[in-house]
Write a protein that binds this ligand. Structure first.
Ligand code: HEM
Length: 456
């Protein structure tokens, strides 16, 4: 074998992922239906922070464990301010990417977080620099959720150098509907060398290095990794954004722009690209097919090859913007380098089809995006795909679900002989806070806890 062949093999063969070191959340979908809690903590002194991580580390589920244990699991991540509070060496801090070091609030202009979504209007403690550690519990049932939460609480409640800032429960049962009534948690990238069964329609597996640090990415080489290797390898980045969903305004928009209930459901499908049941418009263009929507072997098995005109899934619908697949784009883009793993969680009162006025109940979604460059990826998606229509020849139109709309904003549905342009689309989602986080490997958790490094 020539050196060239060896190099080619290195580039093309699937890497063996170190599953016992990678946190489960990266490689496993959240359950459906699901229960859980996000816990936000501040490190008051480095010794307390190290004690916290040392006590949590044995409970954090690895991907290897998740293959045999499917009950509730615990995931841990840290902000840049958290790494600073842990007193890790300056050169390690400097080895993290600029966006992560700056933090989400400081990147508001790149994320298009303005107006009601601007950091000045966020809920405490987001964006204050106080969120240092997050613990997330994901559970398939109430009993194992409560047990895992109690386990985590037991480990942090009596540590002097750590303060609890807040806890936010989430979950959706029984049908896992998100705050606008859609089935979600459907489409995620397949990871080269990953462990979940490949589902029809997932397309070519994305090189592991796009999603986990320490492995070759789409370019054939690993991305720059936080140093030392014990800290960076098998870790990744997480973007968490808390969205308040105006479900009443969404329902009113559907009512005001359709003749009857069937028309409203079709419009809801056109806004996302899927019927609320999860059935994609490209496979069920005329009417909903709930059995298709519920079938993971069929509900993502499509491309836009035969719908380049957008007659089925409109060019500007949410999921076509967020993953254009093989759509012909007006701005040349390699879609594979902008993929992100989603582990988003719905919170608050369940969705109601008849909700037309604000009932004073909280409803929303924690968007959770994971990749080896998640902050940069989400900044790209927000700036290029959510808040601009140019890449799809849609001018100033924004994403109908996520866009911060103006008074005269529109949503276009491609049709023959003439397209339909709906005026008066409103802002349905407002950002209430968020953080850029680093999700360390299990080795890195112990390194951060002080094992194998000098601490003051
Ligand atoms: C309240 C906020 C949001 C709502 C209600 C929402 C809703 C949905 C729904 C219903 C789907 C289709 C079902 C699925 O594939 O799981 C979807 C897909 C998707 N969303 Fe969102 N989403 C939200 C925020 C975001 C954000 C902030 C991003 C990224 C910046 C994002 C990226 C995606 C992606 C990548 C897909 C999959 C597209 C595909 O592969 O076909 N979403 N979303």
């Amino acid at each position: 074998m020539t050196i060239i062949d060896t190099l080619k093999n290195l580039v093309h063969s699937s890497p063996k992922l170190e599953l016992d070191d990678i946190q489960a959340t990266i490689l496993f979908k959240r359950p459906d239906p699901y229960y859980g809690t996000h816990v936000l903590l501040k490190i008051i002194d480095a010794a307390g922070g190290r004690a916290l991580l040392s006590r949590l580390a044995p409970h954090v589920r690895s991907a290897a464990d998740a293959r045999i244990n499917t009950t509730a699991w615990i995931a841990v991540a840290l902000s840049h301010a958290g790494l600073v509070a842990l007193d890790i060496p300056e050169d390690s801090l400097a080895s993290f990417p600029a966006a992560f070091r700056a933090g989400m609030a400081a990147r508001a202009d790149r994320l298009q977080d303005f107006g009601a979504s601007a950091p000045a209007n966020w809920e405490a403690p987001y964006g204050s620099g106080d969120v240092h550690v997050t613990i997330s519990i994901f559970a398939p049932d109430e009993a194992s959720w409560k047990h895992a939460l109690a386990t985590a609480q037991n480990e942090f409640k009596d540590i002097d150098g750590v303060t609890l800032l807040g806890m936010h429960d989430f979950g959706a049962q029984p049908d896992s509907l998100n705050p606008f009534g859609y089935r979600d948690n459907i489409s995620n990238p397949a990871i080269d060398g990953g462990i979940e069964d490949l589902l029809p329609g997932q397309g070519d597996a994305i090189k592991a290095g796009e999603l986990i640090l320490g492995y070759p990415g789409e370019s054939g080489v690993p991305m720059a990794m936080p140093q030392p290797e014990a800290l960076g390898r098998n870790g990744t980045f997480v973007v968490i954004r808390k969205y308040q969903a105006d479900a009443a305004a969404f329902n009113r928009f559907l009512r005001d722009n359709a003749d009857d209930e069937a028309g409203q459901e079709l419009l809801a499908a056109k806004l996302v690209g899927r019927w609320r049941s999860g059935a994609p418009l490209t496979l069920a263009p005329e009417k909903d097919d709930p059995a298709l929507g519920a079938d993971p072997k069929r509900n993502n098995d499509f491309t836009y090859k035969d719908d380049q005109a957008g007659l089925q899934a409109p060019h500007g619908c949410h999921m076509r913007r967020m993953n254009p697949r093989d759509s012909k784009l007006a701005v040349l883009t390699d879609v594979n380098i902008h993929r992100i793993i989603r582990r988003s969680t719905t919170f608050g009162a369940p969705w109601r089809a008849d909700l037309l006025e604000d009932d004073g109940q909280e409803r929303g979604l924690f968007f959770i995006g994971i990749s080896a460059k998640a902050p940069e990826t989400v900044e790209f998606m927000q700036a290029e795909w959510v808040d601009h229509g140019n890449f799809m020849d849609l001018g100033k139109e924004r994403d109908p679900i996520l866009g911060q709309q103006d008074e005269d904003s529109t949503f276009t549905i491609q049709k023959r002989p003439v397209r339909q342009r709906i005026h008066g689309i409103q802002t349905f989602c407002t950002v209430r806070g968020g953080e850029y986080l680093f999700m360390p490997s299990l080795t890195a958790l112990r390194w951060l806890a002080g094992e194998g490094r000098e601490t003051a």
